[in-house]
Design a protein around this ligand. Structure first.
Ligand SMILES: Nc1ncnc2c1ncn2[C@@H]1O[C@H](COP(=O)(O)OP(=O)(O)OP(=O)(O)O)[C@@H](O)[C@H]1O
Ligand SMILES: [Mg+2]
Length: 269
């Protein structure tokens, strides 16, 4: 049983994604389905190339064309199918109701704008508030994500701060519009192990304090064990396991999941 409750905040049904490349058409996602409940975290795992990022990008229709050829299925957010939304309808959802943290923090941050300007810009794009109010909110957000001396940090450019700090800044930007859903693609992967643990602790803190729904993409089952309620395991664009974390960790049904689990030493969950 998944952590079923009330109506899910996001429901993906039979999502298929087809790419058109020089080599021809390729099915990248094949009937992927999952539900995200309110205040719950869904972990998406799988080896490199299994379709984790494409699944995450699909939710907000962020896959560039090319290579995208077509998408089908349903992505129901609070009942409405996002696949039928126009670009401008989607823009209102993106960064506002659903925030996205990209796999590469350096490419997602604008190198020529200070951290402060980027957060203020994001806040003001979605709220009609003054620069001063947005700045105060930015300071508050940086404090919330554990950045010390936030007033100083607002003046820094992305290259002037450490990788862990950049990831915290990315999270602050994502939180700036109080999203209902946060999609985080490998938010800890590029970090050193100790910093990884700190950023993971930040996610745990945010889950408790904000009560958000999170899609957390990672290839690391150990990370999933610490943070997720439900788990979706992908392989070559197909769902091979989807259940509550307890069920999958204690009674994995698929040989692939069994193998993934056996790679985590010392036991988890
Ligand atoms: N721009 C692209 N052009 C062509 N194929 C692509 C492109 N981006 C992704 N793919 C293909 O889509 C499939 C799924 O890729 P995806 O990026 O979702 O994998 P992933 O699970 O996120 O991997 P990783 O753990 O390395 O981030 C792979 O087979 C990949 O080769
Ligand atoms: Mg990826």
């Amino acid at each position: 049983m998944h952590s079923q409750e009330t109506k899910p905040i996001l429901e993906v049904n039979d999502l298929c994604v087809v790419f058109k490349t020089e080599a021809g058409r390729a099915t990248i996602l094949d009937k992927v389905s999952f539900k995200l409940q309110k205040n719950k975290t869904l972990g998406i795992v799988g080896e490199s190339g299994s379709g984790k990022t494409i699944t995450a990008l699909s939710v907000l229709n962020l896959i560039p064309s090319p290579p995208l050829d077509s998408m089908s299925g349903e992505i129901r957010f609070q009942g409405e199918n996002l696949l039928t939304f126009t670009k401008s309808q989607l823009r209102k959802v993106r960064g506002n109701r659903i925030a996205y943290i990209f796999q590469e923090p350096m490419t997602a941050l604008n190198p020529v704008l200070t951290i402060g300007d980027q957060i203020v810009e994001m806040i003001r794009a979605h709220n009609s508030i003054s620069k001063k109010e947005a700045r105060d909110k930015a300071v508050h957000l940086l404090t919330e994500v554990g950045i010390t001396s936030p007033i100083q940090r607002l003046k820094n450019y992305p290259h002037e701060i450490s990788g862990g700090m950049r990831q915290r800044a990315m999270i602050a930007i994502a939180l700036s519009c109080d999203p209902d859903i946060l999609i985080a693609d490998e938010p800890t992967t590029a970090l050193d192990v100790t910093i990884q643990a700190q950023v993971l602790d930040l996610f745990k803190y945010l889950i408790e304090s904000r009560g958000m729904s999170i899609i957390f993409v990672t290839h690391d089952l150990g990370v999933i064990a610490e943070i997720a309620d439900d788990i979706l395991v992908l392989q070559a664009g197909k769902t091979i396991e989807y259940d509550s974390i307890d069920k999958v960790f204690h009674d994995p049904q698929h040989p692939y999941t069994q193998k993934l689990l056996s790679l985590i030493k010392g036991g988890v969950a």
